[in-house]
Design a protein around this ligand. Structure first.
Ligand code: ZN
Ligand code: ZN
Length: 405
């Protein structure tokens, strides 16, 4: 028996599901685990699946984590296995769904790695706990699994390992000690004005002008307040106000995405954002202070120095020194580190490339990597299947075996 990983990947890619709706995906995972004869539990943290695989003797417990959810993106890759799926988003809106972050690749590679570990069972001691985590894109799936008793119902980890496919050349592994991915907060700001007729602005407090001034002023947090040697991001990704040209609405809402590598900088940026939002409301004559609510909070993804050095050495031995790079810190965020933080054990989280090597080389030579190579969350994001699948499987097995030996 051997798994057809290409077919598995194509099936998952064609059938993406939104966060916390990964029912079919969990079914595919469960059926594949059955095929491999691996004991597992479904419905952990909603649509999560936990598989437990024991080696030939007691030993360390290694968590291997793959996230499973898709995104509300209309796929435009033109691939013959492109998704045409739809789903209902949390607002009840019918939206296209795509595996635009490559989580289908993560699931495929973790199942492939488990197959390999089953075959090698005589050679290793310890326990592998495979986490198929829902709702990474909500930043909520890891917490949901932990709240569902993950650490009590299953063996507690000695190390947490995970990986993410990214626009590096296919096969290249990118990992660094320390902050690998930024912390992030998603916040909603509701600006309260006073609505009225568009012809009588003097009788209103216009929240649209307030919002415009706030958005512009927020640009100074990073450019004027953060030490240029630090990294932070303040993005206003959504702005909602008004329905008609001659009505001044009573409210405007802004949705912000904030990123930082450390807890100290997080506090600084949050303070600055709060100060500016309140001050701009005051400057506009608002009589009610803005309402600020947190959508999600994600911790920085910090790779343990010793465990990362050990993993990098194992990767270099397995793949060659030139295949393992330091990709720098990513300003994206992840919820994988909750598993390690809650269990108080080291985390090693690496990236691996899924971009066609030739296309990458051409774009790099032309200086057009940013414009020509689609990134995660793009409607054009499509990892090449080979050697991405092979390297993703190998990386999980190599890293896991480093602890299971
Ligand atoms: Zn992702
Ligand atoms: Zn993503």
């Amino acid at each position: 028996m051997s798994l057809d990983l290409d077919a598995l990947y194509i099936d998952l890619h064609r059938n993406p599901e939104l966060s916390f709706q990964e029912h079919r995906t969990a079914g595919v995972i469960s059926a594949t685990l059955d095929e491999l004869g691996i004991e597992h539990t479904t419905g952990v943290g909603g649509t999560g699946v936990v598989a437990v695989l024991r080696g030939n003797a007691d030993g360390p417990v290694v968590y291997l984590r793959a996230d499973t959810d898709g995104l509300p993106v209309l796929e435009q890759t033109g691939l013959d296995y492109a998704s045409t799926a739809h789903g209902l988003d949390p607002h009840g809106l019918d939206v296209p769904v795509m595996h635009a972050c490559g989580h289908d690749m993560h699931v495929t590679c973790l199942l492939g790695a488990l197959e390999r570990l089953v075959a090698q069972r005589d050679e290793w001691a310890g326990t592998v706990v495979a986490l198929f985590q829902p709702a990474e894109e909500f930043g909520a799936g890891a917490r949901a699994m932990l709240d569902d008793g993950l650490l009590e119902r299953f063996p507690r980890p000695d190390v947490v390992l995970g990986q993410h496919v990214t626009p590096l050349p296919a096969g290249i592994v990118g990992v660094r000690p320390g902050t690998q991915m930024a912390a992030s907060d998603g916040i909603t700001v509701t600006l309260h004005g006073r609505g009225g007729h568009g012809s009588r602005p003097h009788s209103t407090i216009d929240p649209i002008v307030m919002a415009a001034a706030t958005v512009m002023r927020l640009q100074t947090v990073v450019s004027r307040e953060v030490d240029p040697r630090d990294v932070a991001v303040v993005t206003v990704g959504a702005i909602h106000a008004g329905l008609k040209n001659n009505i001044i609405p009573a409210e405007a809402t802004l949705e912000l995405s904030l990123r930082y590598p450390t807890d100290e900088l997080r506090e600084h940026v949050l303070d600055s954002v709060t100060r500016i939002v309140n001050a701009e409301a005051l400057a506009s004559g608002a009589t009610e202070a803005p309402t600020i609510t947190t959508l999600h909070t994600l911790p920085a993804t910090i790779n343990d120095a010793d465990a990362t050095a050990r993993t990098v050495a194992a990767f270099q031995r397995a793949f060659g020194d030139d295949q393992v790079v330091d990709p720098g810190m990513f300003t994206g965020s992840e919820d994988v580190s909750w598993f390690a933080r809650d269990a108080d054990v080291p985390l090693v989280y690496w990236f691996w490339g899924g971009t066609d090597q030739h296309a990458y080389a051409v774009a790099k030579a032309a200086g057009t990597l940013d414009s020509d190579i689609p990134t995660n969350h793009s409607a054009m994001f499509a990892p090449v299947m080979h050697p991405t699948i092979e390297r993703g499987v190998d990386a999980l097995v190599v890293a896991a075996r480093e602890w299971l030996e």
